[in-house]
Design a protein around this ligand. Structure first.
Ligand code: HEM
Length: 142
């Protein structure tokens, strides 16, 4: 198997470790202002990258490497810019207006990353052999 699924899962577990510590910190301090940042880190970082890693391990093995790499890069830029921007803005560390470009870059990188993943799914779907054709091939060979 290619190393790509492991790369996706390595990034995903890194984000969930940070995300869970962030959640515990909010619980202890009773300061929930940055909850949307925590949610985006967990959902875009842990959930989405894990799903993609699972897809590349099981189904998307014939996806071109450049598409997997683009998917990985774009979605990671997206997570870091969105979760980081939300955390800095909602904690009032940096005025939210100044963070709008960072969050916008994160949002569009995320969109393009999911578009790259959609491309991988479409390639997989086109290459998948329908079950009835597979059965006919098996019968013809017997
Ligand atoms: C030990 C693990 C976790 C802890 C301690 C934790 C803690 C918290 C806390 C304190 C809040 C704020 C609640 C409020 O505003 O009243 C929150 C919100 C949230 N968390 Fe977590 N969380 C954890 C794991 C996760 C995971 C794994 C996910 C998703 C995969 C997640 C997704 C969310 C979402 C979607 C919100 C709502 C955000 C919002 O209202 O803007 N959390 N969490």
């Amino acid at each position: 198997m290619s190393r790509w699924p492991y790369v996706f899962f390595a990034a995903a577990v890194t984000y969930i470790l940070v995300g869970v510590i962030w959640g515990i910190y909010m619980s202890i301090t009773h300061d929930f202002a940055t909850a949307p940042g925590h949610a985006h880190l967990n959902l875009l970082g842990w959930v989405s990258l894990s799903l993609m890693g699972g897809f590349y391990a099981l189904l998307g093995r014939d996806t071109p490497r450049w598409l997997i790499a683009g998917n990985f890069l774009l979605n990671n830029i997206g997570v870091v810019c969105m979760a980081g921007g939300l955390a800095l803005g909602l904690s009032q560390t940096v005025p939210i207006e100044q963070l709008a470009p960072l969050i916008a870059v994160g949002a569009f990188a995320t969109l393009l990353g999911f578009a790259a993943f959609a491309g991988a799914v479409i390639i997989g779907l086109r290459n998948a052999v329908p079950a009835d054709r597979r059965q006919r091939t098996r019968l013809a060979a017997a």
